[in-house]
Design a protein around this ligand. Structure first.
Ligand SMILES: [Mn+2]
Length: 328
């Protein structure tokens, strides 16, 4: 609950802020805004993330202050974790959080495991950014253009530019208010979506050429191999959103992208997107130990690429044909 979060914030004086691996718009925007909120309340706060800030998000205000250093001597009272359904998702930063630390968990994933002492999980929120916005309002801290920009990007990216069904009138009202602080939507869209390199577009072309569709035409999937990254010189963070090309095909209900893990070749990162209300892909991801939202989820599956593909596709077919026996 938000009130418990506010209490916990008031009680502590120094905070470690972190979010999930594979940083994107929501995790970055919500963390940067959170740090400003805490600083404005006279608290010490620093952001440490397991992964680096992707090149195309480095324009975010104070993004350069985000550290990757796992310094075991860091002193803080509470760890504030944003946009993470499980504690494991924070990656190496977990090593900084000893058992005695207070964990404040703020998230909007329906699959959240409530791993904190204080948990505020709201699956109806469009984004972690929207939840941080609510903290600003509840705690009476005023926004600036820079904070508004961070929150706007969090909301914009997590709603697929206000296209997904986590978009509500509230989302638009908040976005409208944020624009009032001087955020320029055309400029933001250019910064976030239109600063691709030639290598990125060639990479996209290569990924699209792997497109396959099942016999019934309701499952479409794409593949990313390490080889493609080596060949094009592209960076894997640029594949955010590629899965939506598979989802955009008429009659497709489930779109999947299989990404070869960059560190461990024996595992595949699988992302799911659902279209329409027939399939809850959070349940499919959960079957493989992952999670997320009903319309967007992910998991990591151990095995060779062809083997993982076969297993995952079989499960998706089972759910689609209503033969799912694993509901839990
Ligand atoms: Mn999010």
């Amino acid at each position: 609950m938000i009130t418990k979060v506010i209490e916990a914030i008031k009680k502590s004086s120094s905070f470690l802020i972190t979010a999930h691996v594979n940083l994107e718009g929501d995790s970055l925007g919500s963390q940067l805004a959170m740090k400003e909120l805490l600083n404005n309340l006279g608290k010490a706060a620093f952001i440490v993330d397991s992964d680096s800030v992707p090149e195309h998000y480095k324009f975010l205000p104070k993004a350069e202050e985000i550290s990757k250093r796992i310094d075991k001597n860091l002193v803080f009272d509470a760890a504030l974790i944003l946009d993470c359904p499980t504690l494991k998702r924070i990656g190496k930063v977990k090593d900084l959080i000893s058992k005695d630390k207070l964990i404040i968990n703020i998230d909007h994933h329906v699959s959240n495991e409530k791993f904190g002492q204080v948990n505020w999980v709201d699956p109806n929120a469009s984004s972690a950014g929207e939840m941080v916005y609510r903290l600003f309002k509840e705690m009476g801290v005023s926004l600036t253009k820079e904070i508004a920009l961070c929150l706007y990007i969090a909301i914009l990216t997590d709603t697929g530019s206000f296209n997904y069904d986590n978009t509500s009138s509230v989302t638009h009202e908040i976005a409208g208010e944020l624009l009032g602080y001087g955020v320029d939507p055309a400029r933001v869209s250019e910064d976030v979506y239109e600063r691709r390199s030639v290598a990125d577009i060639k990479f996209l072309g290569m990924v699209l050429s792997t497109l396959q569709v099942n016999k019934t035409g309701d499952v479409a999937y794409l593949e990313i191999t390490r080889n493609m990254l080596n060949q094009t010189g592209a960076d894997v963070s640029k594949s955010e959103g590629f899965v939506n090309y598979a989802r955009s095909i008429d009659k497709v209900k489930v779109a999947i992208i299989f990404k070869e893990d960059l560190i461990d070749s024996g595992r595949i990162n699988v992302s799911f997107r659902a279209k329409g209300d027939d399939v809850d892909v959070n349940k499919i991801a959960a079957y493989f130990g992952g999670g997320g939202h009903a319309k967007a989820s992910g998991c990591i599956v151990d095995g060779r690429p062809d083997e993982v593909k076969r297993k995952v596709l079989a499960k998706v077919e089972e759910v689609l044909r209503g033969r799912d026996t694993s509901s839990r």
